[in-house]
Design a protein around this ligand. Structure first.
Ligand SMILES: Cc1cc2nc3c(=O)[nH]c(=O)nc-3n(C[C@H](O)[C@H](O)[C@H](O)COP(=O)(O)OP(=O)(O)OC[C@H]3O[C@@H](n4cnc5c(N)ncnc54)[C@H](O)[C@@H]3O)c2cc1C
Length: 408
């Protein structure tokens, strides 16, 4: 197993339970990959990567349940963000716009792959303030400009539930990964980046910076940008490489500002710079003392100067949340484009590209792929990574069940 994110660890755990001899090779000195929990100086839990769980993400919920990992309600909705900075828009106008968007999305059918989010929003029967908010929302979450996103990405808004109290993993998003790694024990080798792989009739030979391993099968549970580079790309059949290349890499960053006082849970979307900031509860334990933010798309990250530091972004946040007691001196950011083992956040589909990802979910001799972007429904989510790990295990050992069909 190459990669100890959710995908690799779920696949490894499933195979070990079925009696297989598995070794997990991980480049970093921690497990969890793009799920990475940390703490601020004031004690607040922060999520440098994945944060939100949804009630429809059934494999995620089942995994937490199996591992005894608690979820905490946040008192706010991941889906419901008050737009600021654009033309005025009321709650009723936003709700009417969402209804119009659901109708438009259903009407688009396959055209959702041909036209962009920007073009689809132009056609939307909604007030300008709602259109601006929807565009910023999708650019932020999908991590690319609306002109570069297939209208298919509007599914995220079209399928959003209206009134929810969004959950998070109480002990941190990487808790399931840490728990799985504990079960796997010394089968997980940290700080061992894979540097070369060869495959022939006798098996697979894998070199890391520390050792050489031989195996009957190899599962590559890697982010898409890493999979299509050396040392992995030469292993991929041409059709797999072509399918992988239809997924473009998305970019986003996160912001963390220690927070004092006891404000209410909230979610604000700055439509001028495509970021949202939130304050959220930690279940019954009150508010997590942090204002967190997520900004998406490369042009917006450049505008917010996130690669320099968080100062420009913090200045913008101070403008939209003057009511909060924010400790900007101890604020921090997390970028992912410069992370050597992720090189982006997740992937998106460009207008005109119609990815045939079925080939990513098949076995290719001794090679099996996993990783969130290979999932047919939940790519870009922890749920997709878990489902891909279950599928990878079933491809290695056909006696194991694949994940059940899912809907968004
Ligand atoms: C900023 C951000 C916010 C997100 N928010 C959410 C959210 O709110 N909710 C949600 O469900 N999802 C969210 N996601 C997506 C979620 O994090 C991913 O879908 C999921 O964690 C991916 O798991 P994975 O196992 O497929 O990949 P990864 O977690 O990336 O695991 C791949 C592993 O491979 C390792 N690796 C790379 N190269 C090598 C090598 N050469 N040798 C050995 N190992 C290697 C990496 O170090 C990594 O540990 C977010 C992601 C980001 C970045």
């Amino acid at each position: 197993m190459v990669g100890a994110g959710f995908a690799g660890l779920v696949a490894a755990d499933t195979l070990v339970n079925a009696g297989w001899d598995v070794t997990v090779l991980e480049a970093r000195d921690r497990v969890g990959g793009r799920a990475w929990t940390d703490r601020l100086g004031n004690g607040a839990i922060i999520e440098r990567g994945a944060e939100w769980v949804e009630d429809v993400q059934v494999e995620m919920l089942a995994l937490c349940d199996r591992l005894g990992i608690p979820l905490a309600r946040t008192g706010m909705s991941y889906h419901d963000r008050t737009p600021v900075g654009g033309p005025p828009v009321t709650e009723d106008e936003l709700a009417a716009g969402r209804a119009a968007l659901r109708t438009l999305f259903a009407e688009l059918g396959d055209e959702a792959y041909d036209i962009s989010v920007a073009e689809a929003i132009e056609r939307l029967d909604a007030v300008e303030g709602a259109k601006v908010a929807f565009r910023a929302r999708i650019e932020c979450t999908s991590g690319a400009p609306a002109t570069e996103l297939a209208a298919w990405h509007l599914l995220h808004l079209a399928s959003a539930p209206e009134q929810v109290d969004s959950p998070r993993i109480a002990t941190g998003s990487d808790a399931p990964a840490r728990a799985l790694a504990e079960r796997l024990g010394d089968r997980v080798r940290l700080a061992e980046p894979v540097t070369a792989i060869t495959m022939d009739d006798d098996g697979v030979m894998i070199d890391t910076t520390n050792a050489t391993y031989r195996a009957a099968h190899v599962v590559l549970a890697l982010p898409k940008p890493i999979l299509v580079q050396a040392p992995f790309v030469d292993l991929l059949p041409a059709e797999v490489r072509a399918a992988a290349e239809t997924f473009a890499v998305s970019h986003a960053a996160k912001l963390f500002v220690p927070l004092a006082g006891d404000p209410a849970p909230s979610a604000i979307l700055d439509t001028r710079r495509d970021y949202w900031v939130w304050t959220a509860k930690q279940g019954d334990d009150g508010l997590r003392p942090v204002l967190a933010g997520f900004a998406g798309s490369k042009p917006m990250l450049d505008l917010l100067e996130v690669e320099r530091d968080g100062t420009t972004w913090a200045r913008c946040v101070a403008e939209v949340r003057p009511d909060l007691e924010l400790d900007f001196a101890n604020a921090g950011t997390q970028t992912w484009a410069d992370d050597p083992y992720a090189q982006g956040i997740y992937t998106h589909v460009r207008p005109g590209d119609r990815p045939d990802s079925t080939v990513l979910r098949q076995r290719h001799g001794r090679l099996v792929l996993a990783g969130e972007f290979t999932d047919d429904v939940w790519s870009g989510f922890m749920e997709g990574a878990i489902r891909s790990g279950m599928r990878a295990a079933s491809l290695v050992d056909p006696a194991l069940p694949p994940p059940p069909a899912a809907t968004h």
